[in-house]
Design a binder for this molecule. Structure first.
Ligand SMILES: CC(C)(COP(=O)(O)OP(=O)(O)OC[C@H]1O[C@@H](n2cnc3c(N)ncnc32)[C@H](O)[C@@H]1OP(=O)(O)O)[C@@H](O)C(=O)NCCC(=O)NCCS
Length: 339
């Protein structure tokens, strides 16, 4: 049995076919309730990486057959000691060393780029929750990685949203938010708010609990926000935002975003929600999340599910999500491997 790791280019359609086949089968086996990517969507993601990253992609072949897939992301504008991986082996080809070979390749390339650590995440079943494979966690532990942060994924069943509850929450949030006005927009950030969105997004890595993960704040300016918007467009994503403006200063001080696939419009990812530390305690987080959920529901009639991840210890954010109706589905471990 021979194992070979071969890097490939996102513009190589045959390699994309093979990579997509593996990623699709792995998602179906490991996270069956995720929207699975079509071949075109997978290709659009590969061809349009997020700005500020160099990506390295590779296939792991078992006796010539493409069996595993690696995406290694190397941040260029911040976190330049770090790299992260997405690694998947086709369920039919597991436990034959392909994952180990792909990880060894990722470590080698990351070292060549001067990186000191690798990040990756794996799913785990919650007590009473749906079954999840244990392979990912066992693999990461066997590789010598450290479980640095525990996260919980919660899902909102959109059909079960209790609008009377949301109305009451919204009324209470508005009472707490005197001196602020809300603003919502679909797609690109209005020019007047883009600098504030960049400032808020830069804090995300270090404001939310990150456990033992050695992350730096991201270096995000208005140009990077615009570049991200272009990538989202090219990937076929639609996004909905709500923010709160502090009326005395005109600054956007709270912001949240939901991100919907045009190919799977039944599903949204909850992206960043953040309130400027100087403006916490005014229920702005709850306010913008409820407004944005309703905004996205109004624009996306097929929307059935929203997924959100929180550090297990992020009590404030979790309390808001539970009030909206989000419920735990599975656990996620963020691993850090010193290289
Ligand atoms: C995790 C994953 C990539 C492993 O790929 P793989 O090719 O099966 O892994 P390998 O055969 O190289 O296994 C290497 C070691 O990991 C551990 N391991 C892997 N799968 C395991 C399992 N199901 N149970 C226990 N240990 C396991 C073992 O120590 C194994 O060494 P051994 O076979 O000599 O005992 C694969 O199961 C997968 O794609 N899972 C879903 C995605 C994921 O979790 N990715 C990890 C991101 S960090």
């Amino acid at each position: 049995m021979s194992i070979a790791v071969t890097p490939y280019d996102a513009a190589d359609p045959a390699a994309i076919d093979e990579a997509h086949r593996i990623a699709f089968a792995a998602t179906a086996a490991d996270e069956p309730d995720f929207p699975n990517q079509t071949r075109d969507e997978f290709a659009a993601y590969a061809a349009n990486p997020m700005p500020g990253y160099v990506l390295v992609r590779a296939l792991g072949r078992l006796d010539g057959v493409a069996a595993g897939h690696l995406e290694l992301r190397l941040p260029q504008l911040d976190n330049t000691d770090n790299a992260s991986v997405t690694l998947a082996v086709h369920p039919e080809h597991r436990r034959r060393g392909v994952g180990r070979a792909l990880l060894a390749y990722a470590v080698e390339v990351a070292r060549e780029h001067g990186r000191k650590r690798l990040f990756g995440d794996t799913v785990v079943a919650l007590p009473g929750g749906p079954a999840r494979p244990e392979a990912g966690g066992a693999f990461a532990a066997a590789a010598g990685a450290h479980a640095a942060l525990t996260e919980i994924r919660r899902r909102l069943d959109v059909a079960a949203v209790d609008h009377a509850v949301l109305d009451a929450l919204l009324a209470a949030a508005r009472e707490g938010a005197t001196g602020y006005r809300v603003v919502g927009w679909p797609g690109p950030v209005p020019e007047e708010h883009v600098a504030d969105v960049a400032r808020l997004e830069s804090r995300m890595n270090t404001d939310a609990p990150i456990g033992d993960l050695e992350l730096e704040a991201e270096n995000i300016d208005a140009g990077r926000i615009r570049a991200v918007e272009e990538v989202l467009e090219a990937r076929g994503r639609r996004h909905y935002h709500y923010g709160a403006v502090h009326e005395a200063t005109g600054r956007l001080v709270a912001w949240t975003m939901l991100d919907v696939s045009s190919r799977s419009p039944w599903h949204a990812w909850q992206q960043t929600t953040i309130v400027d530390p100087d403006h916490r305690g005014h229920r702005l987080g709850l306010l913008v999340k409820i407004e944005n959920l309703r905004y996205a529901m109004a624009h996306e009639p097929e929307l059935r599910a929203v997924d959100t991840w929180n550090a297990a210890v992020n009590e404030h954010m979790i309390a808001i999500n539970e009030q909206l109706g989000f419920r735990p589905v599975d656990g996620w471990t963020d691993w850090q491997l010193t290289i």
